[in-house]
Ligand binder design. Structure first.
Ligand code: DX5
Ligand code: ZN
Length: 222
């Protein structure tokens, strides 16, 4: 079964509590929180105080995706705010290994993410220590972008690498997952799909989630 992690980036944040609880009631697996600093990516979102606010309204795992330079500066703050998973970008620090170790010391699940232009081999030295390997299927920064087709072959190769080096590590795909692409990412081996605009788009999350799952049920593999 593919797990779903809705990104609140495209949700109506004036109704933060309602949208998170609506997603939880619909049966999503995690809540994905996209933290952006306007430097690593050309957009700004939010920091630990919003993570802490979401923490108070749901018991789902909070999956925090840090798109910020030198994320090691803030790992403790996000851990304290209630993050369950903390994912840092390979490209955003000189020391991704140290950042991953620090997340684990803080008692949280540690993820490493790479951009569409970064060679997959970046994962290799760290995979044995990762809880999550996040492959970007759009360039990070904005919700609602189109899935980059080369992500599918990269997912397949990453899946093979994961199966060999650390079968317990979850493979997460992030960006452009919708009814047209969900089958492809599932078949390529993703364990978890982050979805923003496909789940939060003004229509009820429960219906949007059902539509995605129906594509997978049709394969007999959902
Ligand atoms: C992009 C973020 C994603 C993204 C997902 O920088 O990491 O989580 O917003 O949104 P959709 O599903 O709309 O591509
Ligand atoms: Zn994300």
């Amino acid at each position: 079964m593919l797990k779903f992690a809705p990104s609140i980036l495209t949700a109506d944040l004036a109704r933060l509590k309602e949208v998170v609880q609506e997603a939880e009631a619909a049966g999503v697996d995690w809540i994905h929180l996209d933290v952006m600093d306007g430097v690593f990516v050309p957009n700004l979102t939010f920091g630990p105080i919003l993570v802490e606010a979401v923490r108070r309204v749901t018991s789902l795992p909070l999956d925090v995706h840090l798109m910020i330079v030198n994320p090691e500066r803030y790992l403790e703050d996000f851990a304290r705010a209630g993050a369950d998973h903390i994912t840092v970008h390979f490209e955003a620090t000189y020391h991704p290994h140290r950042a991953v170790q620090r997340v684990k010391e803080l008692g949280k699940k540690a993820g490493l993410a790479i951009n569409p232009g970064t060679p997959l081999e970046a994962f290799e030295p760290l995979l044995p220590e990762l809880d999550l390997a996040l492959l970007m299927s759009v360039n990070p920064g904005f919700g609602g972008q189109k899935y980059i087709p080369t992500a599918t072959g990269r997912l397949q190769r990453l899946r093979a690498m994961r199966d060999q080096l650390n079968p317990a590590c979850l493979l997460v795909v992030d960006g452009g997952v919708n009814r047209d692409t969900v089958r492809e990412v599932y078949q390529a081996g993703a364990d978890v799909a982050v979805a923003g605009s496909a789940l939060f788009n003004g229509r009820p999350v429960v219906e949007n989630l059902k539509a995605l799952k129906e594509v997978l049920y049709a394969l007999g593999g959902g």
